[in-house]
Design a binder for this molecule. Sequence first.
Ligand SMILES: *Cc1c(COP(=O)(O)O)cnc(C)c1O
Length: 375
Amino acid sequence: MNVPLLDLRRQYETLRDEIEPAVREIFETQRFVGGPAVEACERAMAEYCGAAFGCGVSSGTDALLVSLMAEDIGEGDEVLTTPFTFFATAGSIIRSGARPVFADIDPVTYNLDPEAAAAAVTSSTRALMPVHLFGQPAAMDPLGRLAEERGLAMIEDACQAVGAEYRGRRAGSFGDYGCFSFFPSKNLGGAGDGGMIVTGDEARVKRLKSLRNHGMEERYHHHTIGGNFRLDALQAAVVTIKLRYLEAWSEARRANAERYARLFAGTACFRSGAVRLPETAPERRHIFNQYVIRAERRDALMARLRESDVGCAVYYPVPLHLQPCFRSLGYARGDFPVSEKAAAEVLALPIFPELTDDEASRVVEAVEAFYRDDA
Ligand SMILES: *Cc1c(COP(=O)(O)O)cnc(C)c1O
């Protein structure tokens, strides 16, 4: 039995009858950029996240970049973030002209450690960019206090965390900007690239909407320099339909995580500590964009799972401070030991909502077999 890491075709089969007419309608109107589909998606996302406003953009990466641009962050500024994340988090900071400054993570949530973050703030720091990695929120109360005390903008990278909650509030609604990605493999994915910024501030959303369209307010009059960071109507229409099912999908992912916990509880590799399961910190709703275990001899386990046709992946094998393209930032191995250890141990297993009982059992058996045969 082949168990994929993610199978979007199963999801599409349940949505085809809704998505196809919505796509056809956009073709009939030939209104592909902006318009009512984008506005409806912005309202629905803002409401879902518990924020007042939404601004559709071209990707999660651009959501981060446009938020930085809206704060006039650039040359000479520092933005504090985690080194254990997808490249785009720090890549967008560099593209804004600012310098990413890293602080180490909490080993349980894999998110920015508030104390490490506080120690890394300097007089040049302009913003905090926490990431809610794998679908579990960062410690937003202490991070929010730090931002407030030091007068920093808060830009949440919520690209993996749509619907995640911390103390009853949704990811993306804590900061000045909440950034989301509609890349197809995210929990709320479009039919291509897309993204959204949510914010509680009317002046900010006006600025974001101007920046995504070349800094234009009145047609062909430009007061600021923006770019083309617009969301397509087709993506917006697909995302708006899928958003209605997101709660049920998040619930199915959580149930899958519980099923894994039950299945692993009886295995020798779990009892010996060779495999450690993901933990949800108190007062959080984890939406499991990924289900990430820590595993002894991780690379050998991954190779074996792939041979056995069990989908798995490492998010992320190289922390950002050790990426060749960031060498000029001057970081070295050993600077962020918690992140480096995580990068060596983590392995994501299939958790998509449609995963069956048999498939989950097959995954756990394959992991168990590796440690048994290799003992
Ligand atoms: C996916 C992702 C992004 C980028 O989103 P795109 O839509 O692919 O540009 C940024 N940050 C994190 C943490 C992500 O997972």
